[in-house]
Design a binder for this molecule. Structure first.
Ligand SMILES: Cc1cc2nc3c(=O)[nH]c(=O)nc-3n(C[C@H](O)[C@H](O)[C@H](O)COP(=O)(O)O)c2cc1C
Length: 204
């Protein structure tokens, strides 16, 4: 039988998929009383009702099976100034949380300080997906800080969101988004308002 890897060159697969820019998050939990986590760029939002997010954890990861057993975790969305932290959270064998300031979320999970935003998540479904596990998580708490820029992973390297000097492509919508805060996730936005209200109601 012909396998997919015979049809598809792995380097080409990575090069083509790497043309799609993503943010980077740290997925983390307390394991045996110590914070553990790993850097992940396969994170995305999935559903508003119920509030679901997703990411993919590699079968080769030694950290994910330990986080999986914790029964819940926090997602830290990394900022443009947290590239060093991102590299630390991808390094095998590193004492990752020793290198960064961190705090506990309302659910008791570790998040990196100074990040643009964070979420508390409980597992919803976990499904084998090739050499990864596709994890759907339900959001129980969330928060965002004012200001700052996200870390962007693109074509195998790190970058930020470039501000065009000539103003080209600067639509009134993008100007409105910037004046509402660099992340557009201010308390006035419909998305933030609805989600916060439902999470508040669910936790009562
Ligand atoms: C930018 C970036 C994105 C990554 N995205 C993922 C990902 O989506 N899923 C994953 O399992 N590992 C991802 N990794 C790899 C992990 O961060 C980590 O290197 C890997 O899990 C090995 O460490 P571990 O054995 O402690 O888990 C990514 C690494 C980097 C640098």
């Amino acid at each position: 039988m012909t396998t997919v890897t015979e049809l598809l060159d792995a380097a080409e697969f990575r090069a083509v998929l790497g043309r799609y820019p993503t943010g980077v998050v740290v997925v983390a939990a307390m394991v045996d009383g110590r914070p553990e986590g790993l850097a992940v760029n396969s994170f995305t939002s999935v559903s508003l009702d119920p509030p679901l997010i997703a990411f993919c954890a590699a079968a080769s990861s030694s950290t994910w099976p330990r986080l999986r057993r914790a029964g819940g975790f926090a997602i830290t969305m990394l900022g443009a100034d947290q590239e060093a932290a991102c590299r630390t959270f991808a390094a095998k064998g590193a004492d990752r949380f020793a290198a960064v300031p961190w705090s506990l979320t309302p659910a008791g999970h570790p998040v990196l300080d100074g990040a643009p935003a964070w979420l508390d998540v409980v597992p919803h479904t976990m499904q084998e997906a090739g050499d990864h596990e596709l994890v759907l998580g339900r959001v129980t708490h969330l928060g965002a800080a004012p200001g700052g820029e996200p870390l962007v992973f693109f074509r195998g390297g790190f970058t930020g969101l470039a501000q065009r000097e000539d103003g080209g492509g600067d639509t009134s919508a993008s100007r409105r988004a910037r004046s509402a805060g660099p992340r557009g996730l201010d308390a006035e936005s419909p998305f933030f308002g609805v989600l916060s209200a439902r999470l508040d109601a669910a936790s009562r």
